[in-house]
Design a protein around this ligand. Structure first.
Ligand code: BGC
Length: 228
């Protein structure tokens, strides 16, 4: 039983194939996210990436927005045409395989957590992703990124890719330190995991319960969508 794991991001679309145990059996491949990032060109990219991954029986997709029952509810960093798009159904028709879709940060978390205590996953990429787990159970649809953080701005406005580009690495690091402290006070986490491409820009020493986790977890976690 092979699972094709797909991660749709604001800058790249990535795929890998996973075996029954959730281990990668192919090399990860990546293409740039089409611009404009509308459903049709993104589906075309996924179908052509899938064709190069060998045989698979089912598909897991991480999407950078709120997903409910396979339907996209928000897509702030892609394109408004995604809202109410039934990604699970349409991609399943295109690939001829069952498809399950979840939020990208949730999948990153499913590929990362230990299943004990309160675990918070934050992803630092184009957007600011968040996923909260209590004893391994996901608290659904936590959108910390769009919650007020400081100076009248949200976490994503202060810490997303645009903010890193505008404010520079030094300020972005200072803000990240404040965000970690604020969220630590709010959730009293056992662990905070930081994922996403911009973790490479972190220059300060993290508290002992905060860990940077590999980006590939955003694909590996896809296996968990099939654990019924
Ligand atoms: C979206 C989240 C997503 C995050 C990371 C945010 O803008 O609202 O759903 O997890 O970006 O992609």
């Amino acid at each position: 039983m092979q699972t094709l794991a797909v991660d749709i991001g604001g800058s790249g679309i990535k795929v890998i194939a996973l075996n029954e145990l959730g281990e990668a059996t192919t090399e990860r491949s990546r293409v740039e996210t089409p611009n404009p990032a509308k459903p049709a060109p993104i589906l075309t990219e996924i179908v052509s990436l899938a064709a190069k991954q060998g045989e698979f029986d089912r598909v897991s997709v991480g999407f950078p927005g709120v997903v409910m029952g396979g339907i996209i509810k928000t897509a702030v960093n892609l394109d408004p045409n995604w809202v109410e798009f039934d990604l699970a159904k349409v991609l399943s028709e295109r690939l001829g395989k069952p498809v399950r879709v979840a939020n990208d940060a949730d999948i990153q978390g499913l590929g990362t957590i230990q299943g004990k205590g309160v675990e918070l996953v934050l992803t630092l990429g184009t957007g600011f992703g968040s996923a909260l787990f209590v004893e391994g159970k996901l608290v659904p649809n936590l959108e910390m990124g769009h919650h007020p953080f400081r100076k009248g701005e949200t976490y994503e406005e202060q810490l997303g890719r645009a903010a890193l580009d505008d404010a520079g690495k030094k300020k972005w690091n200072e803000r990240l330190g404040k965000a970690i402290a604020t969220l630590e006070n709010l959730f009293n986490c056992d662990y905070i995991y930081l994922g996403g491409g911009n973790t490479k820009k972190i220059t300060f020493d993290l508290p002992s319960n905060v860990k940077i986790v590999p980006n590939v977890n955003g694909l590996l976690g896809g296996i968990a969508l099939w654990r019924d």
